[in-house]
Design a protein around this ligand. Structure first.
Ligand code: PLP
Length: 397
């Protein structure tokens, strides 16, 4: 199979909708367009039934019960609801929140808003692989800790956090554990109960579903989490998240979850091999390239590299037919190193940072092609940036 341009390697930013997902969604735009809250006719019943089917599919993906899943507009909203909702519900004597510096802005900014409201916040640093130190977490947890928010997989460097151990420490401290599953749901085998997760956010557009829909898992079993709504209106989603349900989107998230449950872990094995092959080809062709993130415990499609001797924007610009990111999707427009790269050590952000995000449709031909183009572009840019070369050009040589 030949390579067609452009090549999409930005699957952490978003994924294409899987055709099987789109097919399931389409009737809910044009023929089954009922409001899932309309109980007086078949259009409403069928929409409600489809929503409940999707709820069961999402729950099955993460080992939850359907009653523990509420639909939202995406992971950002789910995270806001989890953290603000648990903080406002409160627990006597507990006003301490723990998170880590490499979280997504949806967590960091929500926690900062709660800090302004009077909550005490601890932001854990990470080691050079991007992992929190469990002894440090154990040290900061106390009888006042209300909630700990640590992600499963990082969106920039792919590093996986020791989620099971974090769950255990939270349980011992009597604190709720919120885990952002946005970059993990779809390929990782996640069992929220076994991992001790109490609250979790995920997003359809990161797992080959549509944009604008996500879900929040809230533990309702043993150790149920008290959570209050943060927006008000109709009684949808048990009163937790009001507003007319996005039925086609929810059906899409359900189908994407079912596909991910079926083929995600298998896909992850192939993705990891492809990703490692891309990495190998780049480092064989170029000196001065370092991996950002954990070498072994990492998102299987993630390859984040610091490249010495070139400018990040120039490098991305030299590869116009490859959709890559210079950092996270959210920070890619900014020239300064992202907060995630900066957290790994002072020298990382001085080099150009490039994130490759491989996905379901990425082929070996594409990665080999990209590796070749990447090596060629860096070699060319380094030659141009060499002082002797600049002087020669200035002298018209
Ligand atoms: N959390 C992580 C780790 C992400 O990567 C993202 C999106 O980039 C989000 C949360 C926000 O997701 P959404 O776009 O569904 O609001």
């Amino acid at each position: 199979m030949g390579v067609t341009s452009p090549i999409y390697l930005d699957h952490h930013a978003t994924t294409p909708v899987d055709p099987r997902v789109l097919e399931r969604m389409l009737p809910f735009f044009v023929s089954e367009y009922g409001n899932a809250a309309s109980a007086s006719h078949g259009f409403g019943w069928r929409a409600a039934q489809a929503v409940e089917g999707a709820r069961a599919q999402v729950a099955a993906l993460i080992g939850a019960r359907p009653t523990e899943v509420a639909f939202t507009s995406g992971a950002s909203e789910a995270i806001n609801l989890a953290l603000l909702g648990v903080a406002r519900a409160g627990m006597p004597g507990r006003n301490h929140i723990v998170t880590q510096v490499t979280e997504h802005a949806a967590v960091l900014d929500t926690v900062s808003a709660l800090e302004r409201e009077g909550f005490r916040v601890t932001r854990l640093g990470v080691d050079e692989a991007g992992r929190i130190r469990l002894d440090e977490l154990a040290r900061v947890l106390d009888a006042h800790t209300l909630v700990v928010s640590i992600m499963f997989a990082n969106n920039e460097i792919g590093t996986l956090q020791p989620v099971r151990e974090i769950g255990r420490l939270c349980r011992t401290a009597g604190a709720h554990f919120h885990c952002d599953l946005t970059q993990a749901a779809g390929w990782a085998s996640v069992d929220v109960d076994a991992l001790g997760i109490d609250l979790a956010a995920l997003s359809a557009h990161k797992l080959y579903g549509p944009k604008g829909v996500g879900a929040l898992y809230v533990r309702r079993r043993r150790g149920a989490v008290p959570l209050v709504p943060v927006s008000f209106g109709g009684g949808q989603e048990g009163g937790l998240r009001p507003g007319t349900l996005n039925v086609p989107g929810i059906v899409g998230l359900g189908e994407a979850s079912a596909i991910a449950r079926d083929q995600g872990p298998r896909e992850a094995v192939a993705l990891r091999q492809l990703r490692d092959r891309l990495h190998r080809r780049i480092v064989e062709g170029l000196p001065g390239v370092r991996l950002n993130g954990c070498p072994d415990r990492r998102h299987p499609g993630n390859l984040n590299l610091s490249v010495d001797g070139v400018h990040g924007e120039a490098l991305i610009g030299a590869l116009p037919d490859v959709a890559l990111s210079g950092g996270s999707a959210c920070a890619s427009a900014s020239a300064s190193p992202s907060h995630v790269i900066a957290a790994l050590g002072p020298d990382r952000g001085r080099a150009a940072v490039v994130r490759f995000g491989l996905g379901r449709s990425t082929t070996v031909e594409e990665t080999d092609d990209v590796a070749g183009r990447f090596v060629e572009a860096v070699t060319r840019l380094r030659a141009v940036a060499r002082p002797g070369h600049r002087e020669a050009r200035a002298a018209g040589l």
